[in-house]
Design a protein around this ligand. Structure first.
Ligand code: DGJ
Length: 733
């Protein structure tokens, strides 16, 4: 049983295999956060441990709530749903305004329900179960007597995963309109602040670098106001004990199944208590909740590891690849693809694409993807987004004709779209100038010469569904790359009334999720890859629809060591699009050999981003080997466990190790960044092997024992820049 209710003490113990999340109902009213951490078997009267005393906070400063038998101050109480206005001065998780202008809410417990399974969220994507026996759910019901606002706090505990998910639903059961202003998805309080805040931040072409800094008093958070989760910060954050490392120490990981404006952070109060939170960014958000209506928050995912970041990452990897991603491709090897973007950019013809595909087919590539520039009059990025019909000058036989020629070579055919955008120079814009996000009377800021379609509108979403469906019904398209290349500005909708304008950004996400869900359901045979100027919307919301995501527009192998390592803290290799591109690299001009580029890309969803006709014979031989390895080692890279043996963020070496679940095969990828002449050897201890087994390394034939590799390790030096090596260890006894 994952959820144990201790009736006598009014305590709920949400137990995963290794963790407990404990909630108590104080004085029959207030949901208190008692514990999140190591698994606790037995609960008792734990309230006495919580300092529920007004005196601790100084009566001159803290308000005392008189709603309880023994009046208490909420100022330092660890709470499950801190609301604004009753004496808790930390970041609230709920803030609403009523018709008389006031903004105070008291949500007290009225009941609960525990049941098997996990509910779906209305209009929002979420993690899931395949059978009710996989998880249990607790719903806590709360009500504000004065206004009739009710809350359902919904927690799901997976039986066999160290994962707890959480979301809140608000129902207006009163007699007035309520304006929701801040509705976070999760908030929990912890004693002490001896933690580091770890965030995954960067920019276009430099996504998800690891930044770690000690928590200090006050608020520290990452956020997006861009209308998408963004390149700049990821909703995923970790709160880690100062001494936590890959293999040791307490680490909390919190993520949000949402792709729009978010905030994830922590605040430390005057008495060094830490509140951790995540949810929709309250800035410029407001939702009008009429009588009888409800509002569902996105889902938050919470994981605790008592043995460092590796265990935390592996828990998220399994959750994302097994119970977030879904559909036909979830558990199968993806085709090796070749994308023409860096090979041709906009400058291609049907024959040129077929030439590239022919060479690709010869070496074993399985899918040819035609990127931007096939539609409207698009020969650069100044026009045509929205005009999703073939450019007959480039494709005289249309998509059907091209798809057929590609299929005749034995390849699948895939196509790029940017369906959330509209170019001011397009037929669609001429017909529907009000279909983009805009504010009446204001100029419309362009980014990459384009505007954002208003997905908060049902008619716009329906149009996109119909247009894409029409294309998929006539041409044999078996893969799409769904791109999104700008952040939102002038966020307003022509259809929403004045008092709902601030709903636009969230309604956009609901519209987008509906479009993606419909396409995925209607065309289950299409492999869907997401992209947002590279990895600018790389979040758990997207992985409910996309099988994989283009990790970054930076395809340089050495830059990718950082990007793929940072990304791996939460996201599995299964969802990271990674391609071998040309050398010198187009983004940073770095020269690396084909082997190094291959080893880096093989640790993701593998493909090519160049014209293979330009390679030498030796390079082509290497390409053939890479494709063989990709096919053979897919179960180890994508279904095994990943270990970051050495990270580029604190070393000159990047070492990624992948171990199959049965521990029979391990792949060790070793890369150096900077050559240092006469450098000392560094020892790296491998992880996750069978200590009693012997392993034979495929390329050298050497035999090692698991315990030696894990205790004495392997030694490497770095005489030159950008060295790379792959070890394939196979159990031989
Ligand atoms: C941005 C993407 O990240 C690239 O891979 C490419 O598809 C371009 N857009 C096309 O415009």
């Amino acid at each position: 049983m994952a959820i144990v209710f201790d009736k006598e003490n009014f305590i709920f113990n949400l137990q995963t295999p290794d963790t407990s999340y404990i909630i108590g109902i104080y004085d029959n009213k207030l949901p208190i956060h008692v514990h999140f951490g190591k698994r606790i078997e037995k609960t008792y009267d734990m309230f006495s441990m919580l300092d529920i005393e007004p005196i601790n906070y100084g009566s001159a400063h803290a308000a005392v709530s008189l709603d309880f038998n023994d009046p208490v101050t909420l100022a330092g109480l660890p709470q499950e749903l801190p609301t604004y206005g009753c004496g808790d001065y930390r970041t609230p998780a709920f803030h609403a305004q009523y018709e008389n202008g006031t903004t105070v809410t008291k949500l007290w417990y009225t009941g609960h329900k525990i049941y098997d399974g996990k509910p779906e969220l209305e209009q929002l994507p979420s993690t899931y179960v395949e059978s009710d026996s996989e998880a249990q759910t607790l719903e806590l019901y709360l009500r504000d007597e004065l206004t009739g606002v009710e809350a359902v706090l919904c927690y799901t505990v997976y039986n066999d995963r160290n994962v707890i998910t959480r979301s809140n639903r608000y129902i207006n059961n009163g007699n007035q309109t309520v304006r929701l202003k801040n509705v976070l998805s999760a908030s929990f309080d912890m004693d002490g602040c001896d933690y580091d805040f770890v965030r995954f931040s960067g920019s276009w072409a430099r996504e998800r670098a690891v930044y770690r800094s000690p928590l200090i008093k006050g608020n520290q958070s990452v956020e997006s106001l861009r209308g998408s989760s963004g390149h700049q910060h990821n909703p995923f954050i970790c709160i880690a004990k100062h001494d936590a490392n890959e293999d040791y120490g307490d680490v909390y990981g919190i993520n949000l199944v949402y792709s729009g404006n978010f905030v994830s952070g922590a605040c430390v109060d005057t008495c060094d208590r830490t509140r951790v939170f995540t949810g929709i960014n309250p800035f410029d958000f407001e939702w009008k909740l009429d009588k009888g209506e409800s509002f569902q928050t996105p889902e938050a995912v919470m994981v605790f590891s008592d043995s460092g970041f590796t265990k935390l990452s592996q828990t998220f990897h399994e959750l994302i690849r097994e119970r977030t991603c879904r559909g036909t491709f979830r558990d199968i090897r993806r085709p090796v693809l070749l994308n023409n973007w860096e090979a041709t950019y906009f400058d291609f013809t049907e024959d040129k694409v077929v030439d590239i595909a022919r060479k690709a087919a010869e070496v074993g590539v399985e899918l040819m993807v035609l990127d931007d520039g096939w539609f409207g009059v698009r020969n650069d990025d100044h026009s045509s987004l929205g005009d999703w019909f073939e450019n007959k000058e480039k494709l005289p036989n249309g998509l059907e004709g091209l798809a057929k020629r590609i299929n005749d070579l034995g390849l699948k055919f895939g196509l790029w779209f940017e369906p959330e955008m509209i170019s001011p120079v397009s037929k669609l814009y001429d017909e529907h100038p009000d279909w983009c996000l805009h504010v009446p009377g204001r100029s419309r800021s362009e980014s990459r010469n384009q505007l954002t379609l208003d997905y908060s509108r049902q008619d716009v979403c329906d149009y996109i569904i119909d247009t894409l469906s029409g294309i998929f019904e006539r041409a044999n398209i078996e893969y799409i790359k769904w791109d999104m290349n700008r952040n939102m500005s002038e966020i307003g909708s022509a259809l929403l009334p004045a008092d709902r304008q601030r709903e636009t950004a969230h309604r956009y996400m609901l519209g987008l999720y509906r479009v993606l869900g419909t396409i995925k359901k209607r065309f289950p045979h299409i492999l869907m890859e997401g992209c947002a100027g590279g990895g600018g919307r790389f979040d758990m919301g997207m992985f409910c629809f996309f099988d994989q995501f283009w990790t970054s527009d930076d395809s340089d192998a050495i830059e990718r060591l950082y990007i793929q390592t940072g990304t791996s803290y939460c996201y599995p290799t299964t969802v990271m699009g990674a391609h071998v591109s040309a050398s010198p690299n187009h983004q940073v001009k770095r020269v690396t050999d084909i082997k190094t580029r291959g080893y880096v890309a093989l640790a993701g969803q593998f493909g090519y981003e160049l014209d293979l006709n330009t390679l030498t014979d030796d390079e082509i031989e290497e390409v053939k080997q890479q494709i063989k390895l990709c096919r053979e080692l897919d179960p180890v890279f994508h279904r095994g466990d990943m270990f970051r043996v050495s990270s580029p963020f604190d070393s000159n070496y990047t070492i990624w190790e992948f171990v199959s679940k049965d521990k029979k095969t391990a792949i060790v990828d070793i890369f150096t960044v900077k050559g240092t002449p006469y450098s000392p050897y560094t020892v790296f201890r491998l992880k996750g092997l069978d200590p009693k087994a012997s392993y034979k390394e495929r390329f050298t034939g050497k035999i090692y024992s698991g315990d030696v590799l894990m205790s004495m390790g392997i030694k490497r030096d770095c005489p030159a820049d950008f060295l790379s090596e792959m070890m394939i260890l196979e159990k031989c006894n």
